[in-house]
Design a protein around this ligand. Structure first.
Ligand SMILES: Nc1nc2c(c(=O)[nH]1)N[C@H]1C(S)=C(S)[C@@H](COP(=O)(O)OP(=O)(O)OC[C@H]3O[C@@H](n4cnc5c(=O)[nH]c(N)nc54)[C@H](O)[C@@H]3O)O[C@H]1N2
Ligand SMILES: Nc1nc2c(c(=O)[nH]1)N[C@H]1C(S)=C(S)[C@@H](COP(=O)(O)OP(=O)(O)OC[C@H]3O[C@@H](n4cnc5c(=O)[nH]c(N)nc54)[C@H](O)[C@@H]3O)O[C@H]1N2
Ligand SMILES: [Mo]
Length: 765
């Protein structure tokens, strides 16, 4: 008899799944027009080589008790019963709280976890920690940490990140798309919380069929040109600001700048214009000036500026541009450029930030909240900007700048993580390892033996979405999906909720945490409370049982014809922006007051180390460490799509053929990649879609530090190479996108990658 097909959902799409003796088979949701190939990774969820099967405690912690330890990351684990693990953990939480206070618990727990409104790991852990007095949190994201802090100063809030002009409008109205960082097809497979219909490709094709033109400005041609035929302007990484300034200079000097728009809707134009003309620093920002920095012909730049002024133009920057040192500048400059063009608030014109960065960007947004598992209130005020974690762990008590404040790092005694993988997401992983050795205790809930789990003292096995029931939906998805349990939990794993319920009982907060509900009770509760709370015209007729039986629910009302700043354009007094001036701030008096040398008062060319004299020096190549096509971050690195992409079992590094030849590197070679920060092994691929002097390796290969004499990571996690520096004092965002490296053939004996099989690393000889 054929196994029953159940439905479930992931950040990369809804699917049906059935389990029989042959294993799990996964099929895309039949209504998805462009399903993601990443669904093929999902069957690897049940791979016992990578699953945490039992509650496990690090031997050194069990023997010696809590305290800083250099053994984290190289120690053995002892499997214990759930009762033992949770008794130990409850006692340790109690000790840390009573001795040091709740701020000593770092519960930021950043990460994407899994789709699902109830079993969302961060909501679970935050609610639990709030019931016991709170925790030090983290703010903003690795995705757009610089922009989240910058945009409120420039346009009053983060609207460009959550309510951009929608694709429906763009595909109908835009004549010219100028895409810094492209509109990468690999990225729009994904959307946080779920994406049951992948439609970005269709929108791009519609626009193209109507005659719209696309220009992709990127060090990699495949950021757009593989989706539709686009003009590729190949640029040195991290030099976009110079190019954008030159585009502004051309508009200004050729009378193409819309001065009426600038006057009515912006402040700070004069100061910026003086800078463009060279009146404030002696350097006119001409195409000739930009050409030497960007490696783009001056005539190409001037032509592009004229084309942009001659038609309805959308200027978009991908989030990657700001995940770099001085990452504020290209985003701010692109807004100034769009203001010069005067099309902000018109259908299809203006600027965007992150089209293609996820599938949700430019999809219609639902005008009401989603069903939510409430996190409660955190009584602790302390926070860090999310990417300052190593600084916090290594330098408690020291001060740092952030968004006009001088702040002090708290002293962390206990780290509690559920649903994220800092040993994937953070930069300079060897430094992060040193940071993780400082606290008394590290606790991790994980389905998988990730590097973060392998650096923890108490590792609690969590289920995946296939092993529990949940409600799937995302802010930009108009279908709610029943996420049905497909299999029984692997090993002794429990849901985060079940783990925290047991823990809450030991800490006498069970009633506050659970409110007396189990999984079903909560699913019904959050669904029904949602149904009561949303505006009447959107309220579904289906009660929870009916929704669950139907397995899908249409969510009406998405604003699929939204134009960013249409209101503001129609009446800038009535619809003032939330900036101090109420207008777009081309120069910001607030940022001027902060006096930061690394974020001046208007968009400014600052040369990051990544761009200086590429092709020369000990690290002549610029590495683009972008998000992976073959998986979501580090999730299911053991899945079929991810494994098939590897070269000699390592993450592939793409080189321009000329750079490879100069180094005698052939396709398929094992190579050693070195930066100022660390060394890593990877497998070579040659590709002329990669600009000369640029190499590319995706993030997400599981950190494998089992052969430190060879390299800090022998598997190809580029975060052993990246620098742990903030984007600027203003924003302190992650700068993981780019780093200068050198690559050579690795001629030594190749050590085996051990991280995909716990039998290889768990019991050292
Ligand atoms: N160099 C460089 N670094 C980067 C980036 C880059 O471009 N370059 N990109 C950055 C960006 S944009 C981001 S968003 C971050 C992403 O960084 P993360 O979000 O931390 O990466 P993930 O691999 O998605 O980690 C999620 C973890 O949650 C676990 N998990 C899944 N479901 C559950 C669950 O139900 N319960 C529990 N307890 N755990 C669960 C998964 O197994 C996985 O280990 O990385 C950043 N790092
Ligand atoms: N398949 C897949 N999709 C994903 C993710 C994933 O892990 N896998 N992660 C999701 C998440 S959390 C996020 S935040 C988004 C990230 O979205 P982005 O930050 O936009 O994505 P990246 O892939 O890091 O970078 C996009 C492209 O920018 C280009 N680029 C890099 N540096 C520069 C530069 O200096 N100048 C120019 N002009 N171009 C540059 C690179 O060629 C790169 O391919 O992706 C999401 N989508
Ligand atoms: Mo992200």
């Amino acid at each position: 008899m054929a196994a029953e097909e159940l439905v479930n959902s992931s950040h990369w799409g809804a699917f049906t799944a059935s389990l029989d003796e042959q294993g799990l088979s996964v099929k895309p949701d039949p209504a998805d027009p462009d399903p993601s190939e990443l669904l093929r990774n999902i069957p690897a969820s049940f791979d016992k080589g990578v699953r945490v099967l039992h509650p496990s405690v690090r031997r050194g912690w069990l023997d010696d008790g809590p305290g800083p330890s250099t053994r984290r990351g190289s120690d053995d684990y002892v499997e214990v019963s759930w009762d033992r693990a949770l008794d130990l953990l409850a006692a340790e939480l109690e000790r840390v709280r009573s001795t040091y206070g709740n701020p000593a618990i770092f519960g930021g727990s950043y990460g994407w976890a899994s789709a699902g409104r109830f079993h969302h790991a961060q909501s679970q852990i935050h609610r639990f920690l709030n019931t016991i007095g709170g925790y030090t949190r983290s703010v903003h994201s690795y995705s757009h940490g610089a922009s989240s802090v910058l945009l409120p100063h420039i346009v009053g809030d983060e609207a460009p990140l959550y309510r951009p002009t929608t694709w429906n409008v763009l595909s109908e109205h835009t004549d010219l798309f100028v895409c810094f960082g492209g509109v990468p097809a690999k990225n729009f497979q994904i959307n946080a919380g779920g994406i049951s219909r992948h439609t970005v490709r269709e929108s791009l094709e519609d626009a193209r069929a109507r005659g719209a033109e696309f220009v992709t400005i990127s060090p990699l041609a495949d950021d757009l040109a593989t989706v539709i035929d686009a003009q590729w302007i190949s640029i040195n990484p991290a030099t976009d600001t110079a190019l954008i300034l030159a585009l502004c200079w051309v508009l200004l000097s050729e009378g193409l700048c819309d001065l009426e728009f600038v006057d009515k809707y912006t402040v700070g134009f004069e100061e910026f214009a003086r800078y463009l003309r060279g009146q404030s620093d002696g350097i006119a920002k001409t195409p000739g000036w930009a050409a030497t920095i960007c490696g783009v012909d001056a005539s190409t730049i001037a032509d592009l500026a004229r084309r942009m002024a001659g038609c309805r133009t959308m200027v978009t920057t991908s989030w990657s541009l700001q995940r770099a040192r001085f990452g504020e500048q290209p985003v701010w400059a692109s807004i100034a450029l769009a203001a010069f063009l005067g099309q902000i608030g018109l259908p299809g014109g203006g600027f965007g930030h992150g089209y293609g960065s996820t599938g949700g960007m430019g999809a219609g947004r639902l005008p009401y909240p989603l069903p939510t598992f409430h996190q409660g209130v955190n009584p602790v005020n302390d926070f860090i900007p999310v990417a300052r974690i190593s600084d916090m762990l290594l330098h408690p008590g020291s001060t740092y700048d952030f968004n006009g404040q001088s702040r002090v790092y708290p002293d962390t005694k206990l780290i509690y993580w559920a649903g994220g993988n800092p040993f994937h997401h953070h930069q300079d992983l060897v430094r992060l390892r040193a940071g993780f050795q400082q606290p008394d205790t590290v606790v991790v809930h994980e389905p998988f033996w990730t590097a973060t789990a392998r650096h923890a003292d108490i590792v609690l096995p969590a289920t995946t979405t296939l092993e529990r029931n949940d409600i799937g939906c995302g802010r930009y998805d108009d279908i709610m999906t029943a996420m049905q349990q497909v299999a029984s939990p692997v090993g002794e794993s429990l849901s985060d909720y079940a783990i925290l319920t047991k823990l809450s009982k030991r800490l006498a907060v069970e009633e506050q945490f659970t409110e007396g509900r189990d999984e079903w009770g909560w699913l019904e509760h959050i669904y029904e409370r949602w149904r009561e709370s949303i505006p009447d015209q959107f309220t579904p007729n289906e009660n929870f049982a009916q929704f669950w039986a139907a397995r899908h629910l249409d969510l009406p009302g998405a604003d699929s014809k939204h134009v960013l700043y249409e209101d503001f354009r129609s009446d800038p007094e009535k619809f003032r922006l939330a900036t101090p001036s109420g207008r777009i701030e081309i120069s910001s008096p607030t940022i001027a007051r902060f006096g930061y040398d690394d974020c001046p008062p208007h968009p400014t060319w600052l040369a990051p180390a990544e761009t200086v004299a590429v092709g020369t020096g000990p690290y002549p190549l610029c590495l683009v460490a972008n998000n992976p096509a073959s998986r979501l971050h580090s999730q299911l690195d053991n899945g079929a799509v991810s494994v098939e992409s590897k070269v000699l079992g390592r993450e592939p590094i793409r080189l321009n053929p000329a750079d490879a030849t100069a180094r005698e590197i052939k396709a398929g070679d094992l190579v050693l990649v070195r930066s100022d920060t660390g060394r890593m092994l990877a497998g070579a691929i040659l590709d002329d879609r990669v600009r000369a002097n640029v190499v590319q390796i995706s993030t997400g290969a599981w950190f494998d530090h089992s052969s430190p004499e060879v390299a800090a990571c022998i598997h190809g996690n580029p975060n052993v190479l990246t620098r742990d520096a903030g984007s600027s004092k203003l924003t302190q965002g992650s700068t993981g996108q780019l780093v200068r490296v050198e690559v050579e053939v690795y001629r030594g004996e190749a050590p085996d990658v051990v991280v995909h099989d716990q039998r290889l690393w768990m019991h050292p000889a």
